[in-house]
Design a binder for this molecule. Structure first.
Ligand SMILES: [Zn+2]
Length: 315
């Protein structure tokens, strides 16, 4: 890591808490909860982290999340992530969590939320990291199941700033969740959505026009549609871009082909984020370092990216 990059004050706006589960903690939680794992040790698990696309990653990711059972587990997961933030001068974070990943396997909603919420509160108090938590729906599940999750969230409404949409993008367009998002907005939630990671620019249009999102998560395929590019530049709609994730999941073959700096130079409000850092090779700091190493990011570009992340906060 480069000291000057580390020292820049930053916000992280695209981070899945379940994706920050490092192999060491995964093994520790499996032992604590007496769960048998298909991998012999941490190294065997780490070597399984090679993916050809989003779905291959998701299959492993949901398997990993299975070790999270108790409020303490969710606390420990979140706290470990906040310590990484502290070490890299991430002063504000707006993490996602996927309640359905846990409620579908019998973990009560409140166990998940209480553990995460307690760690975030402690992080603000003891580490000085401010936050806003985003409840994300799994788009490969049905609209009806998303409505159930929104109902479960109601007693905890104050714990969340926004709802989001993640998981398998292809074949699950934003339009599938228009009514859920309408309902969420009527309850005062802001909205964000993953769009244009693997999916086409049309999904980004839908996320903007139908889900009325404040920020686009990923959005790198916007560059294929000039009219869309003009809109996100004119309206300064932030994109939460995740460079290491994009190369690990083969959205770009190589970091040298990534379009984040081209977008930045064209005036798009792009930000740098880690997505699922335990699986993709690093946190925000490592993502900045990769742009410096492979794309020749300048110091002024790095400062602009960091400033964009602070400007694009919802909380
Ligand atoms: Zn993501």
């Amino acid at each position: 890591m480069y000291e000057w990059l580390n020292a820049l004050p930053k916000a992280e706006l695209h981070l899945h808490l379940e994706g920050s589960l490092e192999p060491e903690l995964l093994f520790a939680l499996a032992e604590r909860n007496k769960i048998a794992l298909p991998w012999t040790d941490v190294e065997a698990l780490r070597s399984a982290y090679a993916f050809n696309n989003l779905q291959e990653f998701l299959d492993l990711y949901y398997q990993g999340a299975n070790v999270l059972r108790t409020e303490q587990d969710f606390y420990d997961l979140t706290w470990a992530y906040l310590l990484r933030c502290k070490a890299q001068n991430v002063i504000h974070t707006e993490p996602f969590f996927d309640p359905q990943t846990h409620t579908d396997r019998g973990i009560p909603f409140e166990v998940v939320v209480n553990g995460i919420q307690q760690a975030l509160t402690d992080g603000q108090e003891k580490l000085g990291i401010s936050y806003g938590l985003i409840l994300s729906f799994l788009r490969h599940l049905s609209e009806e199941q998303a409505f159930v999750t929104l109902d479960q969230a109601r007693p905890f409404r104050d714990a969340f700033i926004a709802v989001g949409l993640d998981s398998s993008e292809m074949g699950h367009p934003p339009s599938k969740f228009q009514r859920v998002f309408d309902k969420a907005r009527s309850e005062g939630y802001l909205t964000v959505a993953h769009a244009g990671e693997e999916g086409p620019p049309e999904y980004i249009w839908q996320a903007l026009d139908l889900l009325k999102i404040e920020r686009i998560d990923h959005g790198v395929r916007a560059i294929e549609d000039e009219r869309l590019m003009q809109r996100i530049i004119d309206e300064q709609i932030p994109l939460t871009v995740c460079p290491l994730s994009n190369t690990k999941l083969c959205v770009f073959d190589d970091m040298r082909q990534h379009n984040i700096l081209e977008m930045l130079e064209r005036g798009v409000k792009v930000t740098v984020n880690s997505d699922d850092p335990a699986y993709f090779g690093g946190y925000v700091g490592e993502n900045f370092a990769a742009l410096y190493d492979s794309l020749g990011m300048t110091e002024s570009q790095a400062r602009k990216l960091a400033q964009n992340s602070l400007d694009a906060r919802l909380a």
